[in-house]
Design a protein around this ligand. Structure first.
Ligand code: HEC
Ligand code: HEC
Ligand code: HEC
Ligand code: HEC
Ligand code: HEC
Ligand code: HEC
Ligand code: HEC
Ligand code: HEC
Ligand code: HEC
Ligand code: HEC
Length: 494
């Protein structure tokens, strides 16, 4: 039998009341649609009542700032502040907010604009290293350096350390070491150099070069320097008007970044003594010529008083011969008539030797006036040993203790002149500092590693902090927890 398909019978198949029925998928959707926003509102409300705005945060704070993270308004100023009630917060953080906790002096007086703190120190990415600013933050200016007025004093197109960074200033333009202490590194680092008591020794760099923190430990060829010992001594000063400096606990790298300037006392003394007269085994003090002179006169005066018979000795004064050598050959022997004359003759002899040979070996001596008289007292040229060479950057020997000295200072073992510059070239650094350490075989090379942005000398002293612990941690936290409990009891009966 043929099926009867009328429009009516077909029409009856349609459910015209489907929208009135609740069940299945529809019910689920409806419940989700109302419950979820309600839940979200309740969730936000519960945070709000606790005075906590974390849900609005765009990401975790840096580890150093996390402690105040619940108090968004320590950084984000409120949008509206009506009495005690603060509504919402500004998305952008003003430098002023940062400066309420920090001193962060600007970079250069000559800079044409000042980037905001937050453009370099990026927040809400959970950074454990807020100081590790992106190279781009520097390159925005140094890629094409402009100054407020005049010409830039520095290279103007620096993009990154590997390729577009200038060679360090002392290694450019045939710069020479301005130091005046004559030191032949090659001679001193040779095997079999004669040490104290004419015993052969092999010097190493650390026999002459140490960081300030290592200075008070024993020196092989001199006296320990008491700099650090004095700094770390626990002894309280007796003088109430001049109390001892508080001693800070030492962290591992403290005082180990740069090498102290070598001194005669710590590095040269036991091989280069300053004897002045055959009657004495001791040396003159290593000091200014006037002080050396006074010392010699006193020593000789005391001696002749105690040994009057010495007056009758013949004195054959030394004299300078060609090539800076000293000789007594051909000099008339003389005998002093009075103790005063004896002292005078022997002093002149001793000083002749010191000024023309002993001191001159290491120093440049200058004389006042045009002509050099026998009694003229020389002036010792300032030593000018630089403790810091690269003033526009920071460096740390401590960070590189694993590396042999001459592997960086390649020129030191063969250098024969003080004027030679022994600081390593940028190429030495680039062999390691060539990229992101996240990939194998590289050491960090961000600008921040070697440079300071802030001119820390410009800090105003002392800093006035302005926050209380309650303000930073949230005063109504306990109250907020109580309010949330009440709220949850209202809705869920718990
Ligand atoms: C230590 C300071 C500090 C604290 C505390 C802090 N923020 Fe921020 N926040 C910043 C900085 C810096 C920025 C970047 C601002 C800019 O671009 O001017 C920022 C940006 C934001 C932005 C905008 C993000 C974007 O992509 O534009 C939001 C949203 C935000 N913060 C929410 C919060 C919330 C919510 C809290 C509290 C739970 C909070 N912040 C606490 C420093 C802070
Ligand atoms: C409520 C006070 C407070 C505010 C506001 C604040 N900081 Fe800090 N900041 C700190 C404290 C505390 C430290 C940790 C100090 C330390 O370890 O020596 C710190 C550390 C830092 C450091 C050093 C990070 C490191 O790894 O050692 C930087 C950079 C810094 N803050 C930048 C900022 C910037 C930029 C802002 C503004 C967006 C800001 N801070 C706002 C308190 C604050
Ligand atoms: C707003 C522009 C600007 C930004 C950003 C900037 N600099 Fe500079 N920088 C300058 C100017 C201007 C000078 C000085 C030029 C002069 O006096 O001839 C300078 C000088 C320097 C010098 C040499 C002088 C010195 O005191 O050491 C170094 C190194 C330096 N900047 C590194 C950096 C680093 C690293 C950064 C990024 C963290 C940076 N700069 C970000 C503008 C800027
Ligand atoms: C073996 C090398 C050596 C000899 C010899 C030597 N000195 Fe020096 N002298 C040094 C060194 C190194 C320094 C720099 C560091 C220091 O102060 O010890 C120095 C520094 C000085 C200074 C300070 C210079 C300044 O920077 O103002 C004076 C003064 C001085 N010596 C005087 C003398 C006199 C006088 C003699 C001879 C009696 C003498 N020295 C012999 C190595 C020597
Ligand atoms: C271990 C012993 C020793 C120490 C330490 C030492 N010297 Fe010498 N120095 C010598 C000897 C030995 C000579 C002679 C070398 C030769 O001519 O073969 C010499 C030679 C010199 C000369 C002449 C170099 C030349 O070109 O002929 C100078 C200048 C000098 N020393 C300076 C110094 C200074 C400055 C110090 C300290 C910073 C110092 N020395 C530390 C042993 C030492
Ligand atoms: C990673 C390479 C490197 C190594 C390894 C290294 N130096 Fe240096 N050294 C430098 C640099 C860069 C400077 C310039 C630092 C400055 O003054 O700005 C320097 C400077 C110096 C100076 C001049 C004074 C100063 O500190 O500025 C002396 C002296 C010195 N180094 C000795 C040594 C000795 C000794 C060793 C081994 C114990 C050593 N260095 C290991 C790179 C190195
Ligand atoms: C591995 C260490 C290191 C890194 C990384 C580094 N620099 Fe340097 N930079 C130096 C040293 C060292 C000097 C020499 C300083 C001096 O001569 O006093 C220097 C010099 C400079 C100077 C002065 C140039 C001149 O004309 O004398 C500027 C500007 C500078 N750097 C900017 C930068 C910028 C921007 C970056 C990042 C793109 C950067 N540096 C990365 C070590 C570094
Ligand atoms: C006998 C002591 C002595 C020894 C050993 C010695 N030095 Fe020096 N060094 C000095 C004196 C003194 C100066 C300062 C005079 C000068 O500038 O040459 C100096 C200067 C330096 C400087 C900075 C001056 C410049 O022109 O760059 C460096 C870097 C240096 N030495 C590295 C080394 C290294 C690396 C070694 C080991 C391979 C070493 N020295 C061994 C005494 C010594
Ligand atoms: C053999 C590899 C090697 C060489 C060569 C080398 N460095 Fe480094 N340097 C390192 C490593 C590794 C670190 C630690 C890096 C880090 O903290 O991410 C470092 C750290 C530093 C730091 C940061 C110091 C600190 O206190 O944290 C500076 C600045 C630096 N190097 C400058 C230089 C300069 C300038 C040269 C060239 C004279 C140089 N380095 C050569 C491996 C090297
Ligand atoms: C052009 C990028 C740049 C800007 C803009 C900038 N900083 Fe820095 N900041 C750095 C770099 C790079 C360092 C690490 C080197 C140094 O100490 O200068 C640093 C270091 C710091 C430190 C760490 C000090 C410590 O104890 O070690 C603080 C705090 C800081 N900045 C706060 C600020 C504040 C606040 C502002 C805004 C007023 C600001 N910075 C602006 C790049 C910047």
């Amino acid at each position: 039998m043929a099926r009867k398909r009328t429009a009516k019978s077909l029409g009856q198949r349609h459910d015209f009341h489907y929208f009135q029925r609740w069940g299945g998928w529809r019910l689920t959707r409806a419940v989700l649609m109302t419950a979820l926003p309600a839940f979200a509102i309740l969730w936000l409300l519960s945070y709000h009542l606790r005075g906590n705005a974390i849900p609005y945060s765009s990401g975790p704070l840096s580890s150093v700032h996390s402690f105040t993270g619940k108090q968004c308004n320590t950084c984000h100023a409120p949008l509206i502040k009506a009495g005690a009630v603060e509504v919402g917060f500004r998305k952008h953080v003003s430098d002023q907010a940062c400066l309420s906790c920090h001193q962060a002096p600007a970079h250069q007086a000559m800079q044409t604009f000042t980037p905001t703190c937050a453009s370099c120190h990026v927040e809400h990415i959970g950074s454990p290293h807020l100081q590790q600013t992106a190279d781009q933050t520097c390159v925005q200016c140094h890629g094409d350096l402009k100054v407020k007025s005049g010409e830039p004093r520095f290279q103007t197109a620096i993009y990154n350390f590997d390729a577009k960074h200038p060679e360090f200033a002392p290694l450019r333009d045939n710069y020479r070491d301005p130091g005046t202490i004559k030191l032949n590194h090659f001679v001193h680092l040779r095997a079999g150099l004669l040490g104290p008591n004419a015993q052969p020794v092999q010097l190493v760099c650390q026999d002459c070069h140490r960081t300030p923190a290592d200075q008070s430990t024993p020196w092989k060829y001199g006296q320990p320097r008491m700099v650090q010992a004095a700094l770390t001594s626990e002894s309280d000063s007796e003088d109430p008007h001049n109390p001892a400096m508080p001693v800070e606990p030492i962290h591992p790298g403290a005082g180990r970044a740069y090498m102290a300037a070598p001194t005669y006392a710590s590095a040269c003394q036991s091989c280069h003594s300053l004897q002045f007269d055959s009657h004495f085994s001791d040396s003159v003090p290593h000091d200014r010529p006037e002080i050396v002179h006074a010392f010699i006169v006193k020593k000789l005066t005391d001696y002749i008083q105690q040994h009057p018979q010495a007056l009758h000795e013949q004195i054959r004064p030394a004299r300078m011969i060609f090539g800076g050598k000293i000789s007594r050959e051909g000099q008339q022997a003389v005998v002093a008539r009075t103790p005063a004359e004896w002292v005078k003759l022997r002093t002149a002899d001793a000083e002749n030797l010191l000024w023309h040979k002993t001191c001159l070996q290491c120093h440049t001596l200058n004389y006042q006036g045009e002509t050099q008289t026998a009694e003229a007292m020389p002036e010792v040229a300032p030593a000018n040993i630089k403790p810091v060479w690269l003033k526009n950057s920071v460096f740390s020997h401590y960070a590189h203790v694993s590396i042999e000295c001459s592997s960086c200072h390649t020129k030191a073992p063969t250098s024969q002149e003080t004027a030679d510059v022994l600081i390593p070239s940028i190429k030495t650094c680039q062999s390691c500092h060539n990229g992101q350490p996240t990939s194998f075989g590289k050491a960090q090379n961000g600008c921040f590693l070697c440079h300071q942005y802030h001119n820390w000398n410009e800090r105003s002293q002392p800093f006035q902090p302005s926050h209380s612990i309650q303000e930073l941690r949230g005063a109504n936290e306990a109250h907020g927890v109580e309010a949330t409990k009440q709220l949850s009891a209202m809705f869920f009966g718990r």
